[in-house]
Design a protein around this ligand. Structure first.
Ligand SMILES: Cc1cc2nc3c(=O)[nH]c(=O)nc-3n(C[C@H](O)[C@H](O)[C@H](O)COP(=O)(O)OP(=O)(O)OC[C@H]3O[C@@H](n4cnc5c(N)ncnc54)[C@H](O)[C@@H]3O)c2cc1C
Length: 459
């Protein structure tokens, strides 16, 4: 079993300790809080609940092992941005609320480092920020607009700033760089070390984690699993890209794929050419998201979107490893850094993220039913799940804080359309993003397709 789980990602392949499943739920049991899903969202919720009220009986139910999902496979950016922009939050609430929402996430990025230290989780945390290179005039325009809008909202130059070509290249030597954007509140981490360490920290505080336990559905005060029922006053759904597996939840979050590769450890000579000292996370400002980090053991871990959404929200291991998409990602990486020309790619993997209909992440707790949920993070869930878990724990224990009245608390996205509309809409959007990038590369001008896409999605 361990070998199967190790093969899920470079991160699981290099995490210390066994990956054997913890004991499954032994039959019916009672708890105060039952949490479905042992990724960052479920485990941060359990962790903060155990701090706020050590007397609570908290049970986490996980179909596979802790970190099986996106939390053990991601790009390792603990990122101070959501799937929607701070300006979109302001449009839906107010300028002040959007700034509080944004800065709460910046705090969560720092908090991950603090908890990792306190709990002795060696997750290779390095707060080097995010360099988003502009590698064409269109990308530079996009970076400028993004920084200007954030400054107009009230974010400071220390938090986000535009870079000239020399400054942008000083972070890392990507080809064709003519400028860039830099966001300070971003740390690189080793995702599996964080999620596995967090599971152990929860257990040290009395949380019980049952792995190999598949939940089929839930209702107020009870979770149904293949191993028995858990009766609990509070039930938390923390299943993100896999939410469709729960009865009645097929259209809540669409599973969207993101795929990654990792190189072998690179020589000092190659690193001298590439840079990235201080381990900033990196991307460029194209429409189809790409993301990378320099790992603590001297590799490049790099990913991108572009694999298709599958009809009926199907989740499929073969799509997580599509050769054509991995080839494209590898090609993009070699285009960014020609210095890696001879470097071997040692790992290829992928996973699913949860896409809400309006792209807006949320946390919610309804005291009258005892039902809670956190998710819809798309590709920005590492730090967001930390904030979500902290907030959910406060909502559940009735602890008021600067987090419990943020705009995303209680937000609900409407369900996705039934098929085939969902399939056509999501894959149409993916096609528009990649064809806009091709058009931009060809013509050197921005593409209207992206504006159209955003309008269609209601963003
Ligand atoms: C390849 C990739 C790269 C990414 N890169 C980044 C990045 O660099 N930065 C960033 O911020 N975000 C990134 N993300 C997104 C981020 O990883 C996720 O948003 C985050 O990990 C979500 O955590 P979660 O706990 O909500 O969900 P998950 O980690 O997916 O956890 C859900 C858990 O629930 C379990 N589960 C599901 N259904 C059931 C059921 N019915 N019964 C029992 N258990 C169930 C699953 O097995 C899983 O372990 C990336 C995602 C992917 C796939």
């Amino acid at each position: 079993m361990t070998a199967v789980y190790r093969s899920l990602s470079f991160w699981h392949d290099t995490v210390p300790g066994p990956l054997d499943p913890r004991p499954a739920l032994p039959g019916d049991r009672d708890a105060d809080v039952a949490i479905i899903g042992a990724g960052y969202t479920g485990l941060w919720t359990a962790y903060h609940l155990s701090l706020l009220d050590p007397s609570l009986r908290i049970v986490v139910l996980e179909r596979e092992i802790a970190g099986f999902g996106a939390s053990g496979r991601n790009g390792g950016w603990a990122l101070g941005e959501y799937g929607i922009s701070p300006m979109a939050f302001a449009a839906a609430s107010s300028r002040d609320a959007a700034l509080r929402q944004t800065r709460s996430l910046y705090d969560a990025v720092d908090d991950i480092g603090r908890v990792a230290d306190a709990e002795d989780i060696d997750c290779h945390y390095a707060k080097g920020g995010w360099i988003d290179w502009a590698r064409s005039p269109t990308q530079l325009e996009r970076a400028k607009a993004s920084v200007t809008a954030r400054h107009e909202l009230g974010l400071t130059e220390d938090e986000v700033r535009l870079l000239g070509p020399d400054e942008a290249k000083a972070f890392g030597n990507a080809t064709g760089t003519i400028g860039g954007k830099f966001l300070s509140a971003v740390a690189a981490i080793h995702p599996s070390r964080l999620v596995r360490g967090l599971a152990e920290a929860c257990e040290r505080r009395g949380v019980v984690i049952h792995e190999g336990t598949a939940c089929s559905g839930f209702e107020p005060s009870v979770v149904h699993t293949d191993r028995g029922n858990v009766r609990a006053e509070v039930v938390v759904r923390a299943t993100e890209g896999y939410t469709r597996t729960l009865t009645g939840h097929r259209r809540v979050l669409a599973p969207i794929y993101s795929l990654m590769v990792a190189t072998e450890p690179l020589s000092e000579k190659v690193w001298d050419e590439i840079g990235l000292a201080g381990r900033p996370t990196f991307s460029d400002a194209r429409n189809m998201v790409i993301y990378g980090q320099r790992t603590a053991d001297g590799r490049l871990a790099f990913g991108g979107r572009g694999a298709p959404y599958l009809f009926g929200s199907r989740i499929d291991a073969a799509t997580e490893r599509r050769r054509d998409v991995h080839d494209r990602i590898e090609e993009t990486l070699r285009d960014l850094f020609p210095a890696i020309v001879d470097a071997r790619i040692t790992h290829r993997w992928g996973g699913v993220m949860g896409l809400p209909r309006d792209w807006t992440p949320s946390v919610a707790f309804d005291r009258s039913t005892g039902l809670a949920q956190g998710g819809g993070f798309v590709g920005d869930g590492v730090a967001t799940a930390k904030l979500a878990g902290h907030t959910l724990a406060e909502l559940i224990t009735g602890t008021e804080s600067e987090r419990t009245d943020l705009p995303w608390v209680g937000h609900t996205s409407r369900n996705w359309e039934p098929e085939p509309l969902r399939y056509l809409g999501i894959n149409g959007g993916l096609w528009m993003a990649s064809s806009a990038d091709r058009a931009e590369a060809r013509t050197g001008r921005g593409s209207r397709r992206v504006d159209l896409l955003n309008r269609l999605l209601g963003r």
